[in-house]
Every structure is written in C-alpha cells, then in structure tokens.
Design a protein around this ligand. Structure first.
Ligand code: SAM
Length: 259
C-alpha cells in the first residue's frame, strides 16, 4: 500500500493518539526509571505529549525534541515553554546533534515510522554518552496491539487496503530486542505494556478513532454504504449497543539498553 501516514494536526492528534500515548508513556517511564536532572532527546516528539510526560515527571536539565512535521513542532513548542525544553524540525535518521551529548535518547511510537530503524538506532547511540540509555516503544502492529485494531480488522475482512507504518515489522517484541542487541547495546530488556481506554459510547470511539491519519482517510473515502458496513461490523464485533461505554485494549512493545 503506497499511501503515506502523515501527522499534521497537533490538536486532533491529542484526542486521537495523545491520550493513548500518555497511557503507555506512564508505564514506560516507570519501567525506564530514569534519573532526574539529566539530558534527554525525544525523537519523533509529535505534538509533545510524551515530551511533556518526561518534563513533568523526570525534571530533565535539558530536553531536545525533534519531529519532521513543522505543524506538530509548532503545537509542541507552545505546550512546554521553558529554557530547558527545545523543539525543532528534524529526522531520526540524521540527528543534528554532536556525539555523546545526551544521557537518554527515546522514541515513543516512532521507530516503526523510521524508514531504516537500524539507522535511527545508530543515530541514538551516536548522540548518547557511554553509560546512557536508548529506549523506544511501538504498538505491536502484527500482534493486534494497535488502538484502531477493531476497525482495521473489519477493513481486512472486507479486503479494503489501509496503510501501515512503513517499518511495522520492527514492532514485534523479539525484533525490537534483536535490533537493540545487534546495535551492540548492553543490558537489553524488553517489556509488553497493555493499556485500556474507555469511550463514552460507540459513536465517540468511532469519531475519535477514524480521525487517525492511517485509517481515517481510507474510511472517509469509502462509498457511503461500504463505510456504513465497516461501522456496523465494528460495532457488532465489539458487542456494544449505542448506549454502552466502549473499552478498547491496546498493547505496545518496549525496549531499553545501555550504550
Ligand atoms: C505516532 S506519532 C508519536 C508522537 C509522540 N512521540 C507520541 O508519543 O505521541 C509518530 C511521530 O513520528 C514522527 N516521524 C515520522 N517519521 C519520522 C522520522 N524519520 N524521524 C523522526 N520522527 C518521525 C511523525 O511525524 C509523528 O509525529
């Protein structure tokens, strides 16, 4: 599938994915258990949702956050206004920072968007000091961990193609582990992180989830009757009527290692 997933709207991202990201991010940061007053780079920071968690919970002495999307960077840089936080447009495959600059490099829900994940990892290693920590988490794409899996499953049932992150194969827990080990990182650990999010009703789940830049453009372009079919099939599969809350389970794989 050639269609590209583009992140261009910080506000709608917050409702759709930011809430999910923070649910995973809390558990991920507990597991990472970083020291306070350290230097960080948050790569693929998007609208700054995870950057804000690091900033609020781990009191970094400096946090540099980069993302290729100028719209997301604009949103993020209004989110945290501090001399200790800086946001700029950049690419994980070519970081514009000198070697050995940071204590922690991290990617939250990003590695599967990096065209060559190994290059992204080697760039993280380059900019982190010896003894520093490289970490990442990604939805378990092929294990069914994505928050939009309930809708994606019905698109697959109807043979309707929809885009996946370009490096989705890196999201398996064993692939993440071997990527970190092959990059020469030490004390590599992996963990699956599970989260639940409850929506007020099916309509709210549908509206928010179809604002995703992966399935959203596909669903909105379907002929009305097919779109209705996907929606009805999703609701039936979730087994909820219009008045019930909808709780969605999603899971991500996390990895960390020492330089
Ligand atoms: C799902 S969002 C995650 C954003 C944020 N880290 C979070 O936890 O909510 C994926 C982000 O990866 C960014 N991205 C895509 N390709 C990238 C690349 N080559 N280098 C850095 N970031 C990239 C996108 O622009 C997008 O903001």
């Amino acid at each position: 599938m050639e269609q590209e997933i583009k992140f261009q709207d910080g506000e709608s991202y917050e409702q759709w994915m930011g809430v999910w990201s923070q649910l995973v991010g809390d558990q991920f940061l507990d597991w990472l258990s970083p020291e306070t007053a350290k230097t960080w780079i948050d790569i693929g920071c998007g609208n700054g949702t995870f950057t804000e968690q690091i900033y609020n919970q781990h009191d970094p002495s400096e946090i540099q956050a980069i993302d290729p999307s100028p719209e997301q960077i604009d949103f993020a840089s209004r989110r945290i206004v501090s001399k200790r936080a800086s946001f700029q447009v950049g690419d994980a495959m070519d970081l514009e920072f000198e070697a050995d600059r940071f204590d922690y490099a991290t990617m939250a829900l990003v590695l599967f968007f990096v065209p060559t994940p190994e290059v992204g990892v080697s760039e993280m290693i380059r900019v982190v000091k010896p003894g520093g920590v490289i970490s990442a988490y990604v939805w378990d794409v092929f294990g069914g961990g994505l928050p939009m899996e309930a809708i994606s499953a019905q698109l697959r049932n109807l043979d309707i193609p929809h885009p996946l992150a370009p490096s989705a194969e890196v999201s398996g827990i064993h692939t993440l582990e071997s990527t970190w080990l092959e990059a020469g990182l030490k004390e590599v650990e992996v963990k699956q992180i599970s989260v639940n999010r409850t929506f007020e009703n099916f309509e709210q789940f549908w509206d928010i989830t179809t604002s995703s830049p992966s399935i959203g453009p596909v669903v909105s372009k379907l002929p009305a009757d097919v779109g209705h079919q996907v929606k009805t099939m999703t609701q039936d599969a979730l087994g909820v009527d219009d008045s019930q809350t909808v709780t969605i389970h999603a899971f991500a794989n996390a990895v960390k290692g020492i330089v």
